[in-house]
Structure formats: structure tokens, C-alpha cells
Design a protein around this ligand. Structure first.
Ligand code: ADP
Length: 207
């Protein structure tokens, strides 16, 4: 199996790229969704998070109140690290299990979409890293449109992440997304075509 790790800054186009691959039948593992699963009551990560941050982050229905938890770590790097030290290994274990299940099922190409792929050190789970990039000013505009974030909040989010340059240094494929949706779609089709050719799966059913 050939596994691609897809990463990139906020609003750089990761989900758009991942959606294209899903439509082609490529299994996509979304690290965000696995992150939600690490908060499921009954899991060891749930217990560890409650131990670390207190039972006041548990909502009345027994689930983790993500807003309350966010309030405890927002703007506090040490607390955020305490949380990611629990959650990232949990996500890694879930992703690793899903990847091995896909491999056993005979999957040829799989994609792991993870905003924090590099920060969390998950490169070793994938064969190559693809990065979507967008200029900061364009990301700010897309965040305003998609999330209603004001400019200061958007820039703070972007500044807290790795830069495009830091990601590009590690990537084997860079999908630049400063242009129109159509330009992005053309780039995605080109990398998809190259991938099928190089991985020898051109005439096989993917997934
Ligand atoms: P990410 O998953 O990296 O946060 P998305 O794929 O969700 O990024 O894209 C961020 C937002 O910008 C979405 O609302 C998406 O529809 C929009 N978007 C993505 N690419 C373009 C583009 N080339 N032109 C205009 N809007 C775009």
C-alpha cells in the first residue's frame, strides 16, 4: 500500500483535496475525526484528559465539553502540550490501526489527512507528504468567509501553526492554492494522474 500524508495550514485546501481523492475511491483517514474519537467516554484517552484537566470538562451527558476544554488550553502553550501529549498518541494508534486494516484489505493507495501531521511527528506512518499551501492574506479571506473569523483571530490562528516554508521543506508534492477553485481542481487532477502512473495502479480499482 502507498500511503500519502496530506497536511497544510488552516484554509489551505486540505479538505478540498481529500474530497477529490474520496470521490476517486481512495480511502481517506481524517485525523480530526480520530481526534474526536479520542474523547469518547470509555476510552483511555478520555480518562487521561479528565485526569489532567478535571471533571468540570465533562458535560452533563458524559462527553467531553470541547468548549470548556478549549478554554483551559487556549493561549497556554504548556497546557496545550499537556493535551496534545495525550491526544496525539491516541490519534496515532487509531490511524495506525486503520492503515493496517486497509492494507490487509488489499488497498493500493490511502490518504491520511492531518493538519498537525508534522507537528505530531506522524510522517513515519506515511510514504510521502503532500502539502497544500495558500498565502496568508488569502487564507485570512477564506477563513472570514468559511468560519466568520475576524482578521486578528485568523492571523493568530495562522501564526500559531508551522509556516508554508517549513511544510514545503518536508513535502514531496506541493499543491499551491492561491488561485481559483478551477485551478486547484486542475492541480489535483494532475497529481492524481501522476500518482496513478507512478504507483502502477492506473488500471486497477483504487481503494
Ligand atoms: P482546509 O481543509 O485546509 O482548512 P478547505 O479545503 O476547507 O481547507 O478550504 C478552506 C475554505 O476555502 C473552504 O471554505 C473552501 O471551500 C475554500 N476554498 C478552498 N480552495 C479555494 C479556492 N481555490 N478558491 C476559493 N475558495 C477556496
Amino acid at each position: 500500500m502507498h500511503t500519502i500524508g496530506l497536511t497544510g495550514g488552516i484554509a489551505s485546501g486540505k479538505s478540498t483535496v481529500a474530497e477529490f481523492f474520496r470521490e476517486q475511491g481512495v480511502p481517506v483517514i481524517d485525523a480530526d475525526i480520530l481526534g474526536h474519537r479520542t474523547y469518547d467516554p470509555g476510552t483511555s484517552t478520555f480518562a487521561d484528559v479528565v485526569d489532567a484537566f478535571g471533571s468540570d470538562i465533562v458535560a452533563a451527558d458524559g462527553s467531553i465539553d470541547r468548549r470548556a476544554l478549549g478554554g483551559k488550553v487556549f493561549g497556554k502553550p504548556e497546557e496545550l502540550t499537556r493535551l496534545t501529549d495525550i491526544v496525539w498518541p491516541g490519534i496515532r494508534a487509531l490511524a495506525s490501526q486503520e492503515l493496517s486494516d486497509l492494507e490487509v484489505a488489499g488497498t493500493k493507495i490511502a490518504l491520511l489527512e492531518a493538519a498537525v501531521l508534522l507537528e505530531a511527528g506522524w510522517q513515519d506512518m506515511v510514504d510521502e507528504v503532500w502539502v497544500t499551501t495558500v498565502e496568508v492574506d488569502i487564507a485570512v479571506a477564506r477563513l472570514a468567509e468559511r468560519n466568520g473569523l475576524d482578521e486578528t483571530a485568523a492571523r493568530a490562528r495562522i501564526d500559531s501553526q508551522l509556516s508554508n516554508e517549513e511544510r514545503i521543506a518536508i513535502a514531496s508534492v506541493v499543491i499551491e492554492n492561491n488561485g481559483t477553485r478551477e485551478e486547484l481542481a486542475d492541480r489535483i487532477k494532475a497529481v492524481w494522474q501522476a500518482l496513478r502512473t507512478n504507483s502502477g495502479t492506473e488500471r486497477q480499482t483504487i481503494g
